[in-house]
Design a protein around this ligand. Structure first.
Ligand code: FES
Ligand code: FE2
Length: 419
């Protein structure tokens, strides 16, 4: 449980808020690289941490992220002309490059040097892992990109997709590290019958034991979560997940398999991106393993990036299916998740919740964020941004003898650590 004040402190990330200031010490994946496919293509609106921006790829292929509002008379640069290495406001033709410098001002006398005095707010952009990243904090604190494994692999090892949730980023993070719900929310009614012959550890052991015991460890990057279930007489099945500052997650996986991660990027206090990243550390992903083909067919193609099953249509819940086939009657896994997190209200009222033993990781994540934001208020910079190697980790999954703790097995440790 959190008080109303603590919830506000944790969830609000606009300019000048304590959590917003903490967020502004980290790099954020603001767009998929493929959303700006070509130089001089159409600019895009991009909102992040409550700030309205316009993104464009200039003639050199570089990405610019500018304040939405032209510094002349505040018209939106979204309507701008993307030409000759800059974005030109179509109201009076003022043109800005990716650094925000005004490079042309055709509406002023040729001898005027006013253009040298005008800048539009611009944030730096970098590309890695098929994502466009930006940093919105003080320039003197700009860190390197986090060494998340997908940021360091060839692009054919990585697939990225995204979806918009209509709720605050914290409750979506909470959903991703609350791995117990997978045995219920995402289950089929026949999962107990199919478990004995399932091909994966998750399929075999996740459903028969729906009350895992949680173990949470602090790490350099965030927290490491082990959820322990009964496997055979003498063994446990461990589902190992991660939360990394400020909102990166990695959900449990099969041993030595590909990895899936999330980034719950706050658009503003009431909306967030769920950026989904799947990667294989060892080899290129096969076409059928790339997540886009599975994921994108459930997403609206109107630019909203909402799931087709969304709040407006009650996530297309099918009560017949709920009775006979699946736990929810909702088809798409991420729509199942967003039905839960969006329905809490845009910022869930934590003063009325009753946290249980499976919510340990949620409690630790909230505390870690609040503690870091308070420390920053006291002038203590967060650890991770300038220690990018603290992100060199993976999630995991394994069956171990009952007397072995999940961090003690060297093979498991190797599998959840990036060399
Ligand atoms: S408002 Fe943009 S150039 Fe005048
Ligand atoms: Fe889920």
């Amino acid at each position: 449980m959190l008080t109303t004040q603590e919830t506000e402190y944790l969830c609000r990330v606009g300019p000048g808020t304590p959590m917003g200031n903490l967020m502004r010490r980290y790099w954020h994946p603001i767009l998929l690289s493929k959303e700006l496919p070509e130089p001089d293509g159409a600019p895009l609106r991009a909102r992040l941490l409550g700030e309205d921006l316009v993104a464009f790829r200039d003639s050199n292929g570089d990405v610019g992220l500018l304040d939405n509002y032209c510094p002349h008379r505040r018209a939106s640069l979204f309507f701008g002309r993307n030409e000759e290495a800059g974005l030109r406001c179509v109201y009076h033709g003022w043109k800005f490059d990716t650094t925000g410098s005004c490079v042309d001002m055709p509406s002023e006398p040729a001898e005027s040097n006013f253009k040298d005095k005008v800048k539009v707010k611009a944030y730096p952009a970098k590309e890695a892992g098929g994502l466009i990243w930006t940093y919105m904090g003080p320039p003197e604190h700009e860190p390197p990109l986090p060494l998340l494994e997908y940021n360091t692999l060839p692009l054919d090892h990585v697939s990225v997709s995204k979806l918009r949730y209509e709720s605050n980023y914290v409750q979506v993070v909470e959903g991703d590290i609350d791995t117990v719900h997978a045995s219920l929310l995402h289950s089929r009614l026949d999962c107990l019958d199919t478990a004995p012959t399932a091909a994966t550890l998750a399929g075999r052991y996740q459903f028969p034991d729906r009350a895992p015991k949680f173990f949470v460890e602090d790490t350099d990057g965030g927290i490491l979560i082990g959820a322990r279930r009964r496997a055979e007489e003498d063994s446990y099945y461990w589902r190992i997940s991660r939360w990394l500052f400020p909102y990166f997650t990695m959900i449990p996986r099969e041993p030595h398999g590909h990895v899936q991660g999330g980034a719950m990027v706050p658009i503003d206090d009431e909306n967030c991106w769920f950026v989904h990243i799947r990667w294989n550390p060892y080899r290129p992903l096969l076409e059928e393993e790339r997540f886009e083909s599975h994921f994108d067919k459930y997403i609206m193609d109107d630019g909203s990036w909402l799931a087709i099953a969304n709040r407006r249509n009650d996530y297309m819940i099918d009560r017949e299916k709920q009775k006979n086939e699946t736990y929810t009657g909702i088809e798409f896994v991420r729509a199942q998740d967003s039905a839960m997190t969006d329905s809490m209200g845009t910022i869930a009222d934590r003063s009325k919740e009753h946290l249980a033993t499976t919510d340990m990781a949620i409690i630790r994540m909230r505390r870690s964020l609040i503690r870091a934001a308070r420390a920053l208020e006291d002038g203590v910079e967060p650890h991770q941004p300038h220690n990018p190697e603290s992100y060199k980790v993976r999630s995991g999954g394994c069956v171990l003898p009952r007397d072995v703790y999940f961090t003690q097995d060297s093979e498991v440790w190797d599998d959840i650590t990036v060399k």
